[in-house]
Ligand binder design. Sequence first.
Ligand code: SF4
Length: 301
Amino acid sequence: MEVVNRDTCPEMVIGPHCRDPYECPLTDCWEHLPEHSVFSLYWNGKKAFEMYNSGVINISEIPLNYRLNEKQLVQQASVISGKPHVDKEAIGEFLASLEYPIYYLDFETIGPAIPLFDGVRPYQNVPFQYSLHFVRDKNTEPVHYSYLTHGTGDPRPRLLAELQKVLGDSGSILAYNKGFEEGCLRDSATAFPEYSDWIDQVCGRLVDLLSPFSNFHYYHPAQKGSASLKKVLPAITGRGYDDLDISDGQIASLTFLAANYGDIPETDSEKVMSDLELYCGRDTEGMIWIVEKLYELCIGN
Ligand code: SF4
């Protein structure tokens, strides 16, 4: 009560308690930090608080006696120079591993604590939507395919059938953080074993577009220590998700549930479904832009 009855806010000091055991929703306490603070250093964890408490606030100020790993050193050098780090050789090897035609695949999923379908675990990611961009070769325009479930049935049988129709049997399949798409597919193979041979073959073709970024073969200061698609896409291409009403996977999942399992008006539901198409489509279109940019950086075309 003493704190509640005060006329002024108590002075708050940031610390590990802001994130553990739960992320505190208040952000004001962090606003005094500079753009490239030690808290945005890649995988810095609790060490960030040690640095902060010893007076080291900016990544550029970290003294030599702090042992940074290779990725953190790349980030620090990039912050100091203000320029992206580009390891052309490593990126070139990644691009050389891609086989045309290239497919760009992304799933949106739901994973409630209480499963909605038989045989599904609590929090298991069940795909309800995919976006797939198909690029036959470097000189052809992408073709877009998508599927979005309507209604309350298990979305997987129809989603798998639709995906099988458009995912040819050769060429690389790029996903961003491919473990997620692979997990969805492997779980689907368990539930629908008639697809398991095909899913094995599809998983063997998956290539992770996260890899050049999680390995810091490319790093832009605007990524702020993150290799997520939401950070990498605007950093490397200058284009992102700002023009969309749905701009992350969690919101996509919640709005899908509201539109199909809630009692929102049909017109709102139609808008949600259209927003979901735009959002998932942006993920795969964005991956194409990223690959084009990597080619441009490495090869100059
Ligand atoms: S962010 Fe939350 S937990 Fe951290 S100091 Fe501010 S109010 Fe406290």
